[in-house]
Design a protein around this ligand. Structure first.
Ligand code: MRU
Length: 348
């Protein structure tokens, strides 16, 4: 499936190209920048979004800081890079991959170097490694997860956990792509995913781009579609997975999981190990609250009375008892998750 050339993030000799996802599906336009602050802004405003993609974007942001630095000593370069890390760290609070990638960059920054060039080279190398590894990981995860899909399955997905949400290939959509690559006939049902319509705008766009059969539904059709047996399985991505199997993902995921549970439809989560947070307790996870205007407008058009009170949490939490399995690049974890997730990390 080489036709799938959608690349949300590209490094080109000291410039980062960010596919502006706020313009999709109407325009395929890249933001070109040499400025880590601009990368931070792109993450904040969701020009680039999706847990693995924002991790990769942050790593490339640090690489830009290194590439363009005029620092004359290793110590001053280190300071500049740590300051870039700090800015990128404060962009979005929920996706674990962002912090995982910045922590990896910090480990490289804090090593010993005999010249600024050595430190610059190490930083750029690590950022590109994070980008390349992400695509590799998704391909591995996709192949492993594809065994859960049968020929003829219709799979419901939520938000966008595809090539656009990663460095390429996707997690939930990677599983679907891998099943199709292995010869299975798979159809997809995509939820629109209000408020920002990642399902309608991005998932539908990238699946149609690849020639994959996809049908769009509004979020409030999920109960009907599942209860009528119109889908065989559900696969979503994740922004953070805790060690006991709690899954934090796009708002609306929990509702889908509950309906799936009631109707005994398998509910799968596909995510790389970089999404796992083995330290936090569920009550410690920060759920991002975004601007009310995302709810009161749709793509700039006002849909609610002026002054209306609004809630806009961007993510929700699905408890482990609603999750049938978690697909990773190291294998599939089944309940009880405390044990199966621990095993995934033991074999690293
Ligand atoms: O707010 P977003 O668009 O960044 O949220 C994205 C999601 O919730 C995805 O499902 C998740 O990041 C997994 S992406 C492989």
């Amino acid at each position: 499936m080489n036709k799938n050339s959608l690349q949300p993030l590209i490094w080109k000799d000291g410039t980062v190209l960010i596919l502006n996802q706020t313009l999709l599906p109407d325009e395929l336009e890249y933001i070109e920048t040499t400025d880590p602050q601009r990368v931070a802004k792109a993450i904040k405003t969701m020009e680039v979004r999706g847990a693995p993609a924002i991790g990769v974007a942050a790593a490339l942001g640090v690489a830009l800081a290194a590439y363009h630095s005029k620092a004359s000593s290793v110590e001053s370069l280190r300071k500049e890079l740590l300051s870039a890390c700090e800015t990128l760290w404060r962009t979005r609070p929920t996706a674990r991959n962002l912090f995982w990638a910045i922590e990896r960059m910090k480990n490289i920054i804090n090593k010993e170097y005999s010249s600024t060039q050595d430190l610059k080279d190490a930083i750029i190398k690590e950022a590109l490694k994070i980008l390349e590894e992400d695509i590799e990981t998704n391909r591995r995860l996709g192949k492993i997860g594809s065994k859960l899909l049968e020929d003829g399955d219709t799979v419901l997905t939520h938000c966008n956990a595809g090539a656009l949400a990663t460095a390429g290939y996707g997690t939930a959509l990677g599983v679907i792509r891998a099943a199709i690559e292995s010869g299975k006939h798979i159809k997809v049902v995509a939820t629109e995913t209000r408020p920002l319509l990642q399902g309608a705008r991005l998932t539908c766009f990238e699946l149609m781009y690849d020639g994959i059969d996809v049908t769009l539904i509004t979020d409030n059709m999920v109960g009907y579609v599942i209860s009528k047996g119109l889908v065989d399985k559900i696969i979503v991505g994740a922004d953070r997975i805790l060690k006991d199997g709690h899954v934090i993902n796009k708002i609306g995921t929990y509702t889908i999981a509950c309906v799936a549970h009631t109707h005994k439809v398998p509910f799968y989560v596909a995510a790389p190990l970089s999404t796992f947070d083995l330290k936090s307790k569920v009550e410690e996870v920060i759920i991002e609250n975004r601007d009310p205007s995302e709810v009161t407008t749709i793509r700039g058009v006002k849909i609610a009375p002026k002054g209306i009170k609004v809630l806009n949490p961007a993510f929700d939490i699905t408890p482990p008892d609603k999750v049938s399995a978690i697909i990773t690049e190291k294998g599939i974890a089944y309940p009880p998750y405390e044990e199966s997730i621990k095993k995934l990390f033991e074999t690293l």
